[in-house]
Write a protein that binds this ligand. Structure first.
Ligand SMILES: Cc1cc2nc3c(=O)[nH]c(=O)nc-3n(C[C@H](O)[C@H](O)[C@H](O)COP(=O)(O)OP(=O)(O)OC[C@H]3O[C@@H](n4cnc5c(N)ncnc54)[C@H](O)[C@@H]3O)c2cc1C
Ligand code: FES
Ligand code: FES
Length: 485
């Protein structure tokens, strides 16, 4: 039974198969067809809805979500808002009224999704009493919504003007959003453990059951490959997997912590990592996707693994036979093969605190800036000690069957001055030790050249820094590249 609110009205839906999406539930079962299906893969945003989850006293925290990739069972206890629920009688919500007045819709297929992203932006601004919208905030909110005919300028105009419209009454919710159930609720074939002990017990009983977190990757198996996902264990609500624990040495980040929650934590210790998170997929995806899912997915082009490898991160794996720790560099074994046993899960990820003078640089190369997966990602960590490179860790995504470090290139730089000779040796070593695959995102040749160029870019950047500052760096390098070149 899924018990939730839809546009303020309580809904109880029984007999929902494990792999039903929110979009299917809305359109096929509840007759709410305002939410559209475009790509069914998280790329277009036509299916965007808002989900309200437990907030603080200021009210529920609504975020935009791709209904095509969200399991219907994740609605339990939540408030789902769709485009049908925004207007107050005949009075349009400011997000809708501004879209009409700015002529921001033509064919209209993308419009409900865009309106829903604007709605969550509006609600977040209002809830947080945030200052007027910046361009960056706006792009971040709308980066997951494609419109092929109107053009983005009128949509942007609508976003910038919606705060000037009179507010409509907040949508009441018959069934309050808060979900603090402490038991370990289990529906047939879709288990929702709330505690580590329950997750371990489920994994002992059903080791073959697939784990689902944000579903932003797993769900593509049903929407794109038409596979049945009929035995799922949802880790999103396991309390222990949602904890971020700070220690003197760093941070243990629970495996089910979403990227949206993780991002602000990174700003101070690792601004380059924080910037990368704004280039990770879209707002819709970042609010669901988890750090544990990004690692367990073991994609050669996942964004966080190379950065975490460069930072020497560790993992805590857990399961019915207990917990164990291992270095992230020992986790990825082969293409989509990891050190996880069938009955294990990623409980937490350890992010070390930056050492004094440590630098981190991250460059993501993709075909477009928003909502795109990397062709190549380079993450580089080093310190500069009396003009010599130390603690060099160079990690790449898109350059092998797994995200991995480049030990030959690291050795060519370690203990050397960051000059042309050392970097030429590093580029030669890199070309020998990494053999990228070619695919639609980039040929093997492109990737090889691009990765070498990133190393050259690193050299130029260190040289430019040395001429502009004579002080020793005490903080992490900040910048992140624009998109593809
Ligand atoms: C449109 C779109 C854009 C994307 N853009 C990017 C991008 O820019 N960069 C990028 O790196 N990725 C991107 N992705 C991929 C995806 O969003 C990420 O990999 C995401 O981090 C997956 O996390 P999740 O919580 O959604 O995992 P899920 O989809 O729920 O699970 C993914 C896999 O991990 C397993 N799993 C989940 N949690 C655990 C756990 N705690 N322990 C063990 N196994 C677990 C699942 O069983 C499954 O096999 C994109 C996806 C889409 C659809
Ligand atoms: S239908 Fe395209 S993102 Fe969901
Ligand atoms: S109005 Fe046609 S795709 Fe956006």
């Amino acid at each position: 039974m899924i018990d939730f609110s839809l546009n303020g009205r309580r809904q109880r839906c029984g007999d929902v198969s494990a792999d039903t999406s929110v979009l299917e539930l809305l359109r096929d079962r509840l007759g709410q067809t305002g939410t559209k299906e475009g790509c069914a893969s998280g790329d277009c945003g036509a299916c965007t809805v808002a989900i309200g989850e437990p907030g603080d006293d200021a009210g529920p925290d609504y975020h935009n979500v791709n209904a095509c990739l969200t399991p219907a069972h994740q609605l339990d206890g939540c408030h789902l808002i769709t485009v049908e629920g925004l207007a107050d009688g005949k009075t349009l919500h400011p997000a809708q009224a501004a879209m009409v007045d700015c002529h921001a819709s033509q064919c209209g297929f993308c419009t409900p999704g865009i309106v829903m992203s604007l709605f969550t932006l509006y609600e977040q601004q209002r809830r947080d009493q945030a200052p007027p919208l910046t361009q960056q905030r706006l792009e971040s909110a709308l980066g997951g919504n494609l419109c092929r005919c109107t053009g983005y300028r009128p949509i942007r105009d609508a976003a910038l003007s919606m705060a000037d419209y009179p507010a409509v009454a907040a949508i009441p919710s018959e069934h309050v959003v808060l979900d603090d159930a402490s038991d370990d609720a289990t529906a047939a074939h879709y288990a929702v453990p709330r505690h580590l002990a329950a997750l371990r017990a489920l994994k002992a009983e059903r080791p073959q059951a697939r784990l689902v977190a944000g579903a932003t990757d797993l769900w593509l198996e049903t929407t794109q490959q038409l596979k049945a996902l009929d035995d799922l264990i949802d880790v999103r609500r396991v309390a222990e997997l949602n904890v971020i624990e700070e220690t003197d040495a760093g941070w243990w980040i629970g495996g089910a912590v979403t990227l949206a929650r993780l991002t602000p934590l990174l700003a101070e210790p690792y601004p380059a990592f924080e910037h990368l998170m704004h280039r990770f997929a879209s707002s819709q995806i970042r609010h669901r996707a988890t750090l544990g899912g990004n690692i367990a997915n073991a994609s050669p082009i996942g964004d966080t693994p190379p950065v975490l490898l460069a930072l020497d991160a560790r993992l805590r794996l857990d399961g019915p036979r207990g917990a164990r720790e291992l270095a992230l560099s020992d986790f990825f074994l082969d293409y989509r093969k990891t050190a996880l046993a069938e009955d294990e899960f990623i409980a937490a990820i350890f992010l070390p605190r930056p050492a004094s003078g440590a630098n981190l640089k991250v460059w993501k190369l993709s075909k477009r800036r928003e909502d795109d997966i990397s062709a190549v990602l380079g993450a580089f960590a080093w310190t500069l000690d009396k003009g010599v490179l130390r603690d060099v860790r160079l990690a790449f995504g898109g350059m092998a069957a797994i995200p991995r470090r480049a030990p030959g290139a690291e050795a060519a730089l370690e203990g050397h001055a960051p000059d042309g000779e050392a970097f030429a040796a590093a580029r030669t070593a890199l070309a020998e030790e990494l053999s990228p695959m070619g695919d639609v995102r980039g040929s093997a040749e492109y990737r090889r050249i691009a990765a070498g160029n990133l190393l050259e870019r690193l050299r130029l950047m260190i040289a430019a820094d040395a001429t502009t500052t004579d002080a020793v760096h005490s903080t992490t390098q900040v910048t992140l590249d624009a998109h593809a070149h």
